[in-house]
Write a protein that binds this ligand. Structure first.
Ligand code: SF4
Length: 498
């Protein structure tokens, strides 16, 4: 843990934001408002008059970094926001100077940067003005602003009615089983072997939820934009169980043939069989994800993915043979033991397959994962190498005609970088865009599925999560379904919305 002791500030509401920014530079920071011998000490000097607020931060013996904000005619809330922003900016610059690390996302620690730009567009702010506002407020680099702009332009090309889709919903269906548990995983994923009883009860609950939610949508004339089966690995269940599930979807949901996109994560290649592909075909499921993560066998073993590189390649070809023409593949930059050489090897293999879309993740150490609990066991690349791999991905995708179409960031992500979804034009996942930009309600059904209700008028977000483990889910799915229906009533049927 890195202690950062600060003098010159007393308002404890600054502690959390300063810790978040500190974590961009050091593994785990603790900010205290008293001088300590250990760690790093930063001295802030604050001056204000009626018109301006100026803050200067400095590490002893190093240059001061000053930020000034105009504070005329602000509400109390806005005034606090401005001084927090000034302190954060000065603090960021002090830490950049002290460590030599440059944060391309500036002080932005949120996970959905593109949402900020969407907000400006919806308020009819011209692009250049919006870009400048993001730079002024968050110190985001030109490189990342250009990436956001490119992504937004693509999203609006793929979904011209993006801002009108708040009248519809998308559905996420969580199936919490996998063949084995991967070391970096914090998803609700339970090794499926020996759990058939639990799987059967779970599917019973899931069919019930689909039925009830589907009835509500039909009754209230609300259309579905996309459906996404995730988890876990939704192809861990048997071909017969999959068949019954999609039959239930058709019986329950309104106008399934008009849904813009149906996706099934077939993430683990070891779950894909000709029988399951035939079922996907039968129900016209047009997008699947097969996730290699890496094409280096030792890496797959080290992270607990019990499948082989050959299996990924074979299953990819098998899926193609069965008519799958929209395949996504996930890659992860910075897996343990991997550097530029291994990542190039992964890109070379990808070149031989050419999936329609490619999601490039940067490894993040999520608090609850096995990898984080035993972090010393997993050696990962240095920040500069992670950044070089990210640039390799950018170049490779550009060279082969892929366009970035969504991005998100995570806490504790290597190099404070981002995850980017690339796609061949017109093969973008609409669900990913809807989910990331939070412009539409997503109803989560099944284990660990979280719902996000977006108020069609105010845009306010209400989150609601189903239980993560199958046992609790099996005992309470009726109650959870009723609570979601109550939230749907509130969001779609209130006087204000009508
Ligand atoms: S396959 Fe995916 S969901 Fe399953 S354990 Fe691995 S990372 Fe988690």
């Amino acid at each position: 843990m890195k202690i950062i002791s600060i003098s010159g500030l007393t308002d404890e509401r600054f502690i959390r934001p300063l810790e978040h920014i500190g974590n961009l530079f050091f593994e785990d920071t603790k900010v205290v408002f008293e001088r300590k011998e250990e760690g790093l000490h930063i001295d802030f000097k604050v001056e204000s008059d009626e018109k301006t607020f100026t803050v200067s931060g400095q590490v002893e013996g190093e240059s001061p970094f000053i930020c000034t904000k105009n504070i005329t005619e602000l509400t109390e809330k806005e005034y606090f926001r401005q001084i927090k922003n000034a302190i954060s900016q000065s603090y960021l610059m002090v830490l950049e100077n002290h460590t030599g690390m440059i944060q391309k996302w500036g002080i932005l620690t949120g996970i959905r940067p593109t949402k900020l730009l969407h907000r400006h567009i919806q308020n009819n702010v011209p692009a250049e003005e919006a870009h400048q506002a993001l730079k002024d407020e968050y110190l985001i680099s030109d490189e990342k602003i250009a990436l956001m702009q490119k992504i937004i332009a693509r999203q609006l090309t793929v979904i011209p009615d993006l801002y009108d889709l708040k009248k519809e919903v998308s559905i996420y269906i969580g199936i919490p089983f996998c063949p084995t548990k991967c070391a970096y995983c914090t998803f609700p994923a339970y090794a499926i072997n020996g759990r058939q009883g639990s799987v059967t009860s779970f599917l019973g609950g899931l069919h019930y939820e689909m039925n009830q939610i589907g009835e509500w949508l039909k009754k209230n004339n609300i259309r579905i934009t996309t459906v996404y089966y995730g988890g876990g690995t939704p192809t861990s269940i048997t071909a017969e169980e999959m068949d019954m599930l999609y039959e239930q979807m058709h019986a329950s949901f309104p106008d399934v043939d008009e849904i813009r996109e149906l996706t099934v994560e077939a993430g683990r290649p070891d779950t894909i069989t000709p029988e399951k592909l035939a079922v996907l075909n039968k129900w016209k499921i047009d997008r699947i994800s097969i996730n290699p993560q890496s094409y280096t066998q030792e890496t797959l073993k080290a992270i607990g993915r019990h499948h082989t590189v050959e299996e990924t390649i074979d299953k990819y070809h098998l899926a193609r043979k069965h008519g799958m023409n929209n395949i996504n593949m996930d890659l992860i930059i910075g897996l343990p033991g991997e550097g530029i050489k291994e990542f190039q090897h992964t890109l070379d293999h990808t070149e031989a397959l050419m999936p329609e879309s490619l999601t490039v993740h940067t490894l993040s150490f999520k608090r609850a994962s096995e990898m984080t609990r035993n972090r010393a066991k997993y050696k990962v690349a240095e920040r500069s190498e992670v950044e070089s791999m990210m640039h390799m991905a950018e170049k490779w995708t550009k060279d082969f005609g892929y366009v970035p179409y969504y991005l998100y960031r995570q806490k504790n992500i290597l190099g404070n970088l981002e995850n980017v979804g690339y796609s061949k034009p017109n093969k973008e996942s609409i669900y990913n865009i809807m989910m990331m930009e939070e412009l539409q309600t997503v109803i989560g059904i099944g284990c660990g599925a979280s719902s996000k209700f977006i108020h069609p008028v105010t845009g306010k977000i209400t989150q609601f999560s189903n239980p993560k483990d199958p046992k609790t889910y099996n005992e309470s799915f009726e109650e959870y379904t009723n609570r979601k229906i109550a939230l749907l009533n509130e969001h779609f049927l209130s006087e204000e919305v009508k």
